[in-house]
Structure formats: structure tokens, C-alpha cells
Design a protein around this ligand. Sequence first.
Ligand SMILES: [Zn+2]
Ligand SMILES: [Zn+2]
Ligand SMILES: [Zn+2]
Ligand SMILES: [Zn+2]
Length: 769
Amino acid sequence: MALPAEEWRLYAARRWAALEPALRERLAAAASLHDTLRLGCGLLRPETEAAALRRLCRRARTGKEPAAARFYREEGNRLFGRRHYGAAARLYSQVCLEDIARAESHGYPERLLPKVLLRKAECLLCLGKLQDAADALSLVENKIAMDGVLTSPAHQTLLKKLSQLKIKLREKESCPEPAQEACGDTQRKLEIWEENDSISGASSSLSLNFDTERGRHLVASQDILPGQSLLKEEAFVSVLCPGESLLQQDSSETPWDTRATNADLYCHCCLRQLLASVPCRGCSYAKYCSQTCADVAWEQYHRTECSLGALLLTLGVFCHVALRTVLLAGFTEVHRLVEWSHGGDKDLHNPEASCKHLREAPARKAGSRDIPGCNDSGQYQSSYQAVFNLLPHAEKHSPEHKFLCMLSVVAICKELQEAGLEAAVLNRESSEKWSKLKTCEKTSGELSPELQTMAEAMLRHVLQLQCNAQAITVMQESGSGDGAVVNKKPVRLATAFFPVLSLLNHSCCPNISVSFSGTAATVRASQPIPSGQEIFHCYGPHRCRMKVAERQQLLSQYFFECRCQACLDELESDVRSVVSMRNSFCCPSCRAPMQGEDMLCCSNEACAVSVSSESLSCRLRDLQQQIKKALELLRDRKADQAIKMLLKCQMDAGNFLSPEHLLMGEMEDHLAQVYATLGKWQEAARHLERSIEIVEMHHGPSSIEIGHELFKLAQILFNGFAVSEALSTIQRAEEILSVHCGPQSTQIQELQEMKTCLSELPKSILQRT
Ligand SMILES: [Zn+2]
Ligand SMILES: [Zn+2]
Ligand SMILES: [Zn+2]
Ligand SMILES: [Zn+2]
């Protein structure tokens, strides 16, 4: 999803291969992005490439479709009937409560709206979202008041239902959630924040260093404790990653996907979870949590992006981030920095060049370092200048890849020009004057010089994103979401630029954790960091999840070879890494570990069994398929069948997977989940404890993964009234999760609510357990 749709990538590759050799040479040799763009700008031909792109865009559903609303509403009713509150509430929000006008214009039966709203309020009440429920109820009230006095029986039913729900709401409001216990003293101290003088959003216990080998990097300037906050940064720009279903494959199934996607669940602007959504009036893919967010987005970027939805979906999230970045920066600032990048040394990508520029800049703070991206007073701030100075590594990307990116950003700029949006892009204040001036003038299909400048900056940003894109993740409930035990998984929500966070280098054994709230990132130390040690972020390949070869392969996209301690240790030692040992096959005959590459042999000499690795991999894939089927059974509420199937999978797996294999842990985890849905808490806890043992072997006892598992175990023990075990598990989960996510995170708050609840249980229950 980060890169353009595959068909477009293939199209660009064919075009590249068919270029006149001399032109291809010149493009490959282009020294700067400016030259690349100048040479390639005219290569997007309207009758071929542009037409092909337009065809691809037709697959993306971003326009308004009246039948879709009806479909979602009916699906919502169906799920509501089955008491899938979470899913139903999400689908109802698709019916776009605040856009009554739109529903009317598409023939939505308006008289039915209050009914849908009441249903939704009921859902929200069940979910404990009291404020949202109150909002929905007052909307119904307003609607009824607007309609005047009606006395039909249907109307009477509505009024009755309304008053019932209002009573329920008041009841829930009057017995508020237990007051939150103040967090521990040490935790509070760790949250105390002293901001750095020269790096915005950074703690004063860090300093910004620069050397040619490591580039810019952050170092502890004093001893740091685990859990201590190190950075708090608001994304400079972020774009919600659409769910897969927005790009429809040619399927004959239902035309609308009922699996809610990111775009249905989160605000397009602030990334908070949606319940009652405010949809954009011009498109179907932008939904907001409030009118404020809708207005802010419109003002800052969406009035330009709105009609480009299909194109942006087709070209991928990186292109979208690149466009939004220049829109947020504004033409004046983009122009200034693009011009600056042309001045003097052509090669801006060489840090020396930017340092030289800074050295010439007046009013520098004495003693501050010559670090690229710092402003004139030597401060590093989350600004467009800082984003612009992130390394695009233009010389390291393949010419073919640069060609694809170039063609894509040119396509966006041409579309802007043709849609008459150039004025909005370039000059917000006097847009009317501009549109009169420009639209009649530009018919040749050539990009105006201003749009060429924008395209050049966008090309730079697309290339930068390969190394600097930061995923914003959230813990999302997986499964049906209506069980007593909430199973949460981290999912990628958005792609963003965080110029300060980008200062951190990678390590496969990082010493920090990053957590997100909306579009803000918080970095905390995950272990003690002594003064002088570098702060390391993990870009993805973590030593607990992958072997060194896999990690190095993945890291090649960042154009460096990792030399972290974990990589050095693993590369130096001849023995196979611990990860591969744990995630290995075992002998089907004697269960000893299997060894070898293509042909695997039993390590037990007396056994001498050998099997091709291909056949074992095939068995593993089959097993994964079976597990998937078991989970589908669980979703269809066939718990007994799901258990049977999972137990069979476990038996099967025991014959060829090592007992510590992560999949063994996953199966235990799934079994725990099924038993929990049946209310069999003891069985559930037993299985989850086994899963925790395996997760601990892979990720370590204080990892965030263990934190999430303990959180689940706490819920199970809580539900099973295993009071003392629950309390000690809550304690452990709290200790781990507060280090990684901070004491304010929702999971910590939920744990504290559980604790309060347990401590208030009547003595009689406590004595029994
Ligand atoms: Zn919002
Ligand atoms: Zn829109
Ligand atoms: Zn490494
Ligand atoms: Zn054997």
C-alpha cells in the first residue's frame, strides 16, 4: 500500500524499458532531482500513461454511492440482531449520522433516520461510550423536534424508546466508573518533563550529535531510567492508510465490503477512533470525528485532495504523504527550500553541503553544531525545513524506481492542473485571481513552473519516505470484539513524517518503545540507558522476530548494513541464531531438532530420518490454513468445533514443530480465547499461561509482547474471580506496560479499573476464592 498499485508499477517499468536508450542513460545519470524531473516531466503522455492510470483509478471507490449507505445499514441491522455490538456500531457509523442532507438527496428514507440513530445510541450504551450515546440521543431529539408534532403509532414507539434510552443513560452516568487510582510515585516522576533547549519535543536528558559515520543521532546526556519519556512529537504530516478493501479486486461478491477498514474506523484528520462520523461532502473516503476536524482538514489539504481520492489510492500512501506534506508546508516555503537546494553545491544529499550553507547563515548560536536541518539559531525543530533535510538518498535508489516515483508525482500535479486546483495549491489567499489567470493559459499539458517546483519537492519526499516513513500503530480489538476478553493487536494506522523521531538510528535490539495517541508519538526508554549511550529505535526487523540474514535483507531498503550488537554477535558466531533454533522443525520420528538447508536431517545420529525442507514448509502452511479455519468457526460462534479443530492442529504441530515454535504459542493463545468465550476461565488461563511461556522465550520477560499477554491473562483471571492471581498478574502487566506505553495508556487505565473493582468485592466472595 505504500507504493503505487502493482499494475501501475508494471506500466512504469515497461515504459522505462521502452525509453530511447540515450534518454534512459541521461535519466539514470541525472545528478539531482531537479534534473530528473526536468528530463522526465514530459514523459507522462496523456493518451497512454495518463489514460492507463485513469482506468486503474476506476477500481477505487471514492465517490458517493447512494446504494452503499443502504447496504451498510442493512448489514448493521443484521449484526445488531446477532448482538455483535462492536461491529454493528461501526457499521452504523457508516450511515453517516451528521450528513442527513446527503441521505435525503439520495433518497434515504428520512423518517427512518431517528430509528437508526436510536439503534446506534443503544449500541453505544452497550459499549459504555456514554458521551457518544448522549450525543446520538440529543440528535434524535432535535430531529423529532424539527419534524413537529406527530402522533402516528410509529412515532409514539420512537418517543417511548427514546425516553427508555435516556433513563438507561442517566443510570449509567450516575454510577460512574471507579475513580482512578493515582499512579505510583516513581511513575509520576518519570512523566515529569523537562524539554530540551535545542531539540523540540525532546527531553533535556538527550543531546543531538552528528558524525559522518552515523549521521545525526541522539545520545543520552545523563543516566536514563526505564519508562522515562524521551520524546513527545506531533507528526508533521500523517496520512491514514486505507484498508485493503477500498481498492476492489474484480470480485463478483458483495459490492461493498462489510469488514470495516481504517478509513471507516478512524478520523481522517486526527486519527482518533470514529463512532459518529462526519463525512466529507465531496467524497466517500474521508470521514472525521468532528466538524472541527473536517474543517481543519479541508482548510489545510483536503480541498485539494478531495477529488483526487481514486488517484491517490492507486498511487499509494507514500505519494499521498508527499502531496500532503507540500500542501501543509505551503508553496512559499516549498519554493524557498527547493531553490535553496539548487544553490551552490548541486549535491544537497551530501551533508557537508548543507553544513556549509548553515555555516554561512547569520545569527547562529555560538557553539551549536553544524547539523543539517537545524534552523539559524542552531535549534532542531519539527518543521518543513527539518522534513526537507531528511536524506532522500537520491543516488542510492535505482533509476527505475526513481522513474516510477517521478511519473507518479507528475501524474498528481497534472491532475491538479487539469482539475483547476493549481490556485488552491499555490496561493490560498487570492485563489480566484489565480484560477482566472491560470486555467485559460495552461492547455498544452505542460506543468507550470510552480507545479514543477511542487513536483520536485514531492519526488524528494517520496524517496525520503523509504527510509523515514514512520508507521503510526494502534492497538485494535481483533475478532468479534464482544467477548469478555478483549484481544488487541497492533495495526498500522497511518504513515507519517516525524522529523525529530527520524533522528534516531536503528538497532535490532532497541532501547526505547514508541507509543501513539492520535497523531502524537511518545518515546520511552525500555531499559536503563547510561549517559553517553546512543538512543536506538527499531525500524522493524527486531532481533526477537527474525534471523540476522532476514534482518539485513529487510534493512537494505534503508541503504545501510546494521552493525548493532545483536547483528555483530550473530554474524560472528557460527552457531545458528537462537531465533532459528526456536522456530525450527523437529524430527517427525524422534522429535529431535532437524538440521540442514534444503534437505533436513535429524540431529539424533541414531535416528537418521531426513525430510526435504520444502515438504515441512508445506505442512506448516497447511497447519496455518487449518488454524485460520478454526478461527472462522470461532467467529461463527461454533466454539466446540473450534476447540476440536485447534486441538487437532496442536497434535499435528507436535509432530514436526519444535515445542518452542511461536505457532505453538499462538495455538495456545487461540484456545484460551475460545475457552474464554465459553466462560471456562480456568481452562482459558491454563492455555494462556503456556502461550506466555513461549512468548517470553522469544521476546523476553519485560517485552511489550509479554505485557499484552499478561493483560489478557488479567482479564481472564478477573472474570474467573481468581482474585489473588488476578491482582498479581495485573501488577506485573502494569509494571511492563507502563514502561512501554506510559501510565496514561488505555490498557493501564483498564488494569487499574480491574484492580479497583477486585478490591471492592464483598468479603464473602474473597473468602471463597
Ligand atoms: Zn478528528
Ligand atoms: Zn472529500
Ligand atoms: Zn542489527
Ligand atoms: Zn529423529
